[in-house]
Design a protein around this ligand. Structure first.
Ligand SMILES: [Zn+2]
Length: 323
C-alpha cells in the first residue's frame, strides 16, 4: 500500500494530501505493469523448468520404467555370464582333463569379443549400447562353448569306441589271475629249456574254467590243431586290437559271430603243445604282440595290479611252447 503523503496548507491551516503529478502517476503505473509482467514471466519460466507437463510426466515415467527394465536385463546378462563362466571352467578342468585334451586358450575363448563398437550410433556409453554389446558378447561366447561341447562329444565317442575295443577284461577270473604261470617276456622254454620270448600270458587254471572275451568284437577265425596252439581262436576288436586264446578245451562261439566284452567264449583246456591245463592269451596291437597285463589296470585294484607287475619281473616257467 502506498502511503499517502500530506503537506501543511497555511491558507487552510490544515494538512492536505499531496496529489502526485501526471508524470509521476504514469511512471508509477508503468513501473507496476513492468514488474508485474517480469514477475509473471519469472513464474512461467519457473513453472516450465520445475513442473513438467502431463506429456513430459508420462515420458519421464516411461523412461524410468525403461531404465528399470534395462537394469533387470543387465542383471540377467550378468548372471548368465557367470553361469557360462562356470560351464567354461567345468569344460576345461573336468571334461577336457578326463578326455586328455588341452583346454581352449584365452584367444579361442574370446574370439569375436571387442573390436569395432557397432552400436556407436546409439550413443557412446548409453544404456542400450552397453546392453546390446553385452548381449553380443554373451551370444559369441555361448556359440564358442557350444562348439567346444561338440568337440568334447566327438572326443568322448572316439574314446568310447577305443575303450570298447581295448582288451581290459581278464579272460580268466581274478582268482585264477593270481596264478599266472608265465608272463609276457623272456621265459624258459618248457621243451628246449632255453630262454626265449614268450609273447603272451599263461593263466594256469583247472580244466573247463570259463574263458571270457577281453573286449567286444567278432570271432575272426577258429582253429582246432593237434599241435602248437591246439584249439585256439582270434577275436577282432577294431581300433588295431586283436586277442588270441590258445590251448582251449571247448569253444562256445562260431566264426564271424559278434561277441561282447566279458562274454564266455569257451573253457580252459590242455590242447596242442601244452604241459598242463592253462590259457595262453595274447594281445595284438597294430599287428604286434604286446603285454596283455597293461590293459587290465581298469579291472584290477592298485594292489592286484602291482602284484601282477612284480610277478612279471621274475623268470617263470611257461606251460606251452608258443613263443
Ligand atoms: Zn604261453
Amino acid at each position: 500500500m502506498l502511503k499517502t503523503k500530506y503537506y501543511y496548507n497555511p491558507t487552510t491551516c490544515s494538512y492536505e494530501p499531496v496529489r502526485p503529478s501526471v508524470s509521476t502517476f504514469i511512471l508509477r503505473t508503468f513501473s507496476f505493469l513492468f514488474f508485474s509482467v517480469l514477475l509473471a514471466a519469472g513464474m512461467v519460466r519457473y513453472y516450465q523448468d520445475h513442473v513438467p507437463s502431463p506429456k513430459e510426466a508420462a515420458l519421464w515415467q516411461a523412461n524410468e520404467r525403461l531404465k528399470a527394465y534395462y537394469d533387470v536385463v543387465q542383471k540377467k546378462i550378468e548372471s548368465s555370464t557367470a553361469l557360462l563362466a562356470t560351464l567354461q571352467q567345468r569344460d576345461d578342468d573336468l571334461y577336457r582333463v578326463l578326455l586328455n585334451t588341452a583346454p581352449l586358450s584365452a584367444t579361442e575363448r574370446n574370439a569375436g569379443i571387442g573390436g569395432v563398437n557397432k552400436y556407436a550410433h546409439l550413443g557412446k556409453d548409453t544404456l542400450i549400447a552397453q546392453t546390446l554389446s553385452k548381449v553380443d558378447q554373451l551370444a559369441s561366447q555361448l556359440a564358442i562353448q557350444n562348439k567346444s561341447y561338440d568337440q568334447i562329444i566327438s572326443l568322448a565317442k572316439q574314446k568310447t569306441a577305443k575303450f570298447a575295443s581295448t582288451p581290459t577284461f581278464p579272460p580268466v577270473s581274478k582268482k585264477h589271475l593270481k596264478r599266472i604261470s608265465a608272463h609276457f617276456g623272456r621265459r624258459l622254454h618248457p621243451i628246449y629249456k632255453i630262454f626265449k620270448m614268450h609273447e603272451g600270458v599263461d593263466f594256469s587254471a583247472p580244466m573247463h574254467t570259463p574263458i571270457y572275451a577281453a573286449a567286444g568284437g567278432y570271432i575272426k577265425w577258429i582253429k582246432k590243431d593237434k599241435k602248437g596252439y591246439g584249439h585256439h581262436l582270434l577275436i577282432e576288436h577294431g581300433n588295431g586290437f586283436k586277442t588270441h586264446y590258445a590251448h582251449m578245451d571247448t569253444i562256445m562261439v562260431k566264426e564271424r559271430q559278434r561277441i561282447t566284452r566279458g562274454q564266455q567264449i569257451g573253457t580252459v583246456g590242455n590242447s596242442g603243445d601244452s604241459t598242463a591245463p592253462h590259457l595262453h592269451y595274447e594281445v595284438y596291437c597294430n599287428g604286434k604282440r604286446v603285454n596283455p597285463i597293461q590293459y587290465f589296470v581298469g579291472e584290477l585294484t592298485a594292489a592286484e595290479y602291482e602284484e601282477v607287475r612284480k610277478q612279471s619281473a621274475y623268470q617263470t616257467q611257461a606251460l606251452c611252447s608258443n613263443f
